[in-house]
Design a binder for this molecule. Structure first.
Ligand code: ADA
Length: 549
């Protein structure tokens, strides 16, 4: 249903009730009259169908009510995670899908709040309609881990949902050419769901590395007398481990040279098409980066697919930015966070590019209540994925009381931008490193500078190299990056940020242009003066640390 024309009708404002044609995925801010519309809007589309249908929505911003032929099928909160809904035995013929979208901030929304990025309104990611028979495959997870010197253990977990009114016998075929094929018989009672696991040991496979990101495909086929559903997943043979101060990728200590990136574009809002996503990745690679952090929410699977293919390492994080203790006490906070983490991990865990899961950027990690929330979320992550390390970008630094929980410690630091003018980047980084070294909680963990940067207005130049000029951004970034990358105790950095982005006008009125202007390229992807400086610095540091582990 993606790439097709839908109707959009706003519910309030001077154009309430008027119908517009839009191509989904889209956000209504792309329509000239709705550039700042905050409210509810209705998207409709007709389709032909019959029998059991499943609707898979990859992202609706930010609250959705979904109706089929006027009957409520389900609701979902959060712009940045996929979900699916099932409708059984619909009669043959034309049907109407209606999605009511709401992008308003309210006490019912704990994660989408006015923030330093824009919350758009619309169907921002792809949408798929599947016709099902008596049973379907909900997911196929592939977990890989090293086994011995040359071997790999592969754990395949398939979830099958029966939607038949009688008990049935099925065959599940798992096929990854040329690696393995297997067939499993499954008896399902009426409406039963079943999780089927299969462990395989393999040798002589090609590893997934940033230099040579080899991907394999595995296909699950569910049949009774004939095939009725299939699912193809890609995966890679790579293992992430943490050892002392290092993050090891297939045993080698990697140095992170990364960018923070928001899904934001002046022409598409957060509903970015594949080509625009690919352009961002190409820009990051041209700048010498090997990693991207999905600040501050799970990204479109299209982005992850491209990173898998290009060998870009990804820090994927669940949705939250700058929540204070009172935000975290919102009665919806825990449930909305839990849903977001579950939907993120369950949908994205096969991507080899993801090397770390992040939670709760700059939230209340200095309070006991905050610690309780961090503990719960870290625990949930571990239950959902035992293979990846966890972290959180903190701005509480020495006051943070949650640093003992995750495997990796990460700080957002802005020396020579927000901090006291007299503090140099070198002083700031050295002071942090000394504190980390002397603190038994952090001493033996990898440390990442998860944000560093400075603002520059594209095209603004001053002889005096004042703040907001492109000249000032060059100076600050050069000091910051060299200070971080010269420190052997720091395993990497994510620059804030790849591109300039739009922010919510309800907050941060003090940001020029209602934009966060710390991009190395502006919102139209035009390079600022700092582009060449960052590129020189990033390309002069190796992707791995020289060390005898
Ligand atoms: C924070 C935050 C970012 C952004 C940045 C800035 O560290 O995590 O979302 O707001 O500061 O530009 O100040």
């Amino acid at each position: 249903m993606s790439g097709s024309v839908w109707s959009f009708v706003p519910e309030s404002g001077e154009h309430a009730g008027t119908s517009y044609s839009v191509v989904v995925p889209t956000v209504w801010e792309n329509l000239p009259e709705f550039a700042s519309y905050r409210g509810r809007g209705c998207f409709r589309r007709k389709f032909y169908g019959e029998g059991n249908v499943r609707l898979v929505c990859k992202g609706i911003s930010h609250t959705a009510e979904i109706y089929l032929d006027g009957r409520l099928l389900g609701k979902h909160y959060n712009a940045y995670t996929p979900f699916s809904l099932l409708a059984r035995q619909i009669p043959s013929g034309e049907h109407e899908l209606k999605i009511i979208v709401d992008n308003r901030f309210s006490e019912n929304s704990a994660l989408h709040i006015p923030n330093d990025y824009m919350t758009y309104g619309g169907i921002n990611r792809g949408i798929v309609l599947e016709h099902l028979k008596k049973a379907y495959i909900e997911y196929l997870h592939v977990e890989v881990g090293k086994a011995g010197k040359n071997g790999w253990k592969v754990l395949l977990t398939t979830k099958i949902n029966g939607i038949s009114d009688s008990s049935e016998r099925y065959t599940l075929r798992l096929q990854a050419d040329p690696l393995f094929t297997d067939e499993i018989a499954i008896d399902l009672e009426t409406n039963e769901s079943r999780i089927v696991q299969k462990e395989i040991y393999l040798e002589n496979v090609s590893e997934w590395t940033p230099e040579n990101p080899v991907l394999y495909k595995v296909r699950a086929i569910l049949s009774d007398t004939e095939p009725m559903d299939d699912l193809i997943e890609r995966f890679g043979f790579r293992e992430i481990k943490v050892s002392g101060k290092y993050i090891l990728l297939n045993g080698r200590p990697i140095r992170i040279k990364g960018f923070n990136r928001h899904e934001d574009h002046p022409m598409f809002g957060c509903a970015m098409p594949l080509q625009a996503i690919e352009q961002d990745i190409q820009i990051a690679m041209d700048l010498g980066a090997n990693a991207i952090r999905t600040s501050h929410y799970p990204n479109d699977e299209l982005f992850l697919d491209l990173c898998d293919e290009q060998g870009i390492l990804v820090w994927e994080e669940s949705h939250a930015r700058g929540l204070k203790e009172y935000h975290m006490q919102n009665p919806y906070f825990q449930k909305q966070s839990e849903d977001c983490i579950r939907e993120m991990v369950m949908n994205h865990k096969n991507h080899p590019c993801i090397f770390v899961w992040g939670i709760l950027n700059e939230c209340a990690s200095e309070t006991l209540y905050g610690r309780d929330c961090y503990t719960k979320q870290y625990r949930q992550l571990k239950e959902l994925d035992r293979t990846r390390p966890r972290t959180s970008a903190s701005n509480k630094h020495k006051k943070d009381i949650c640093l003992d929980i995750p495997e990796i410690v990460s700080f957002n630091l802005y020396p020579e931008w927000y901090s006291d003018q007299n503090e140099t980047a070198v002083d700031c980084i050295q002071d942090m490193m000394q504190w980390i070294r002397n603190n038994p909680v952090t001493r033996n963990k990898p440390f990442i500078v998860s944000e560093i940067g400075a603002g520059a207005l594209y095209g603004y130049h001053t002889r005096t190299k004042d703040k907001w000029s492109e000249e000032y951004q060059c100076i600050a970034l050069e000091h910051q990056l060299r200070a971080v990358l010269e420190s052997a105790e720091c395993c990497g950095v994510f620059i804030w940020q790849l591109t300039d982005i739009r922010i919510s006008r309800e907050r941060f009125e003090n940001r020029p242009r209602t934009m966060n202007n710390k991009g190395i390229v502006d919102e139209y992807r035009r390079p600022k003066m700092s582009y060449e400086i960052v590129k020189d610095i990033f390309t002069s540091y190796d992707d791995y640390f020289e060390t005898n582990l």
